[in-house]
Design a protein around this ligand. Structure first.
Ligand code: MN
Length: 316
């Protein structure tokens, strides 16, 4: 499979048009023949406070080019002492064609794009965009049993506030109402709550909440091992603000505290070994709030590879 960067492929100095990890760009989503398909969702109309995550896909693509050049031979992770993603075929499905105003039309486009990717048999990996995207994404998975694990500083479980039901503070509640959605785990939560109704509603439904501090004190492996996961396929949503803002400042809602890159990597690897991951997303990377070092998209890109490596290790 040729790399999208063509003549630039393998060059030492980054050049050419970025795709996720330099993989080929797909034309028609329905024609994709790959193990993994990336989908950019430049949508941040669901943001309550500081927008900008619509630029996430573009900047994560750019940052991910640091990992391009080895292609289908995969990578060697010296910290885990194993090769990852050898022979795994990956394509970039481009971006969902988001419109400026039409909120629910955009939701429909997102659901249709993810459903198209699923129909090809590829593992869909969505790159947001704000966290409101995850509701139309998960809609493409429902009808059959599904469990959902959310990594986030915030619960995002508000039912309704001032008439709003589909913002990036509501999507986990909306997902809980979808047919087939069973267990929901919220991991890394630490924001202060002005209202306790979302917490009570989540606990009342049987959702599991793991605060950030539990992971810091007990370790990510222990925390994930204790989740009461079922045999159902698992969808994972990663809000980058689950990480400490010291390592991922490029996000609209940074919260004090948070877990480290190593915590999240270990949590994702443990999760991939315990469950069948059918898709995941990385959301809320808002590059213009990043530090001048521009580390947040690079951290997001690396975590995508770490998680994919663990998912395909289990499948082999
Ligand atoms: Mn969130």
């Amino acid at each position: 499979m040729r790399r999208h960067t063509g003549a630039n492929g393998g060059d030492i100095v980054r050049s050419g048009s970025p795709t996720f990890f330099g993989v080929p760009l797909a034309g028609d989503l329905r024609q994709i023949k790959a193990d993994v398909a990336f989908l950019g969702i430049p949508f941040d109309m669901g943001t309550n406070d500081r927008p900008g995550s619509r630029f996430g896909p573009r900047l994560i693509r750019d940052a991910s080019m640091r990992f391009a050049g080895i292609g289908r031979d995969g990578w060697y992770d010296i910290e885990e002492n194993r090769h990852i993603l050898q022979g795994v075929r990956m394509v970039d499905g481009g971006d969902v064609n988001i419109r400026t105003v039409d909120f629910f039309t955009n939701f429909q486009k997102i659901t249709e794009a993810v459903a198209a990717l699923r129909a090809t048999g590829a593992l869909p990996v969505q790159v947001g965009g704000d966290h409101a995207c995850t509701y139309p994404i998960v809609r493409a998975f429902t009808g059959r049993p599904l469990q959902v694990v959310q990594f986030d500083a915030h619960l995002d479980y508000t039912d309704e506030w001032q008439g709003q039901r589909y913002s990036h503070d509501n999507q986990m509640r909306r997902i809980s109402e979808l047919p087939g959605v069973g267990l929901i785990c919220h991991v890394g939560i630490r924001s202060l709550f002005e209202r306790v109704e979302p917490v009570e509603a989540a606990r009342g439904r049987g959702n599991v909440i793991i605060p950030s501090k539990t992971i810091v004190e007990q370790g990510a492996h222990t925390a994930i091992e204790r989740l009461p996961l079922t045999d159902a396929p698992c969808y994972v949503t990663i809000d980058i603000d689950v990480l400490s803002p010291s390592i991922a400042p490029g996000t609209g809602f940074p919260e004090p505290g948070g877990i480290s890159y190593y915590h999240l990597k270990e949590a994702l690897i443990t999760l991939a070994r315990r469950t069948t991951i059918v898709g995941f997303d990385v959301v809320e990377v808002a590059p213009w709030f990043d530090s001048p070092a521009a580390v947040t998209p690079r951290v997001a890109a690396r975590l995508m590879l770490d998680f994919l490596g663990a998912i395909f290790e289990r499948r082999e």
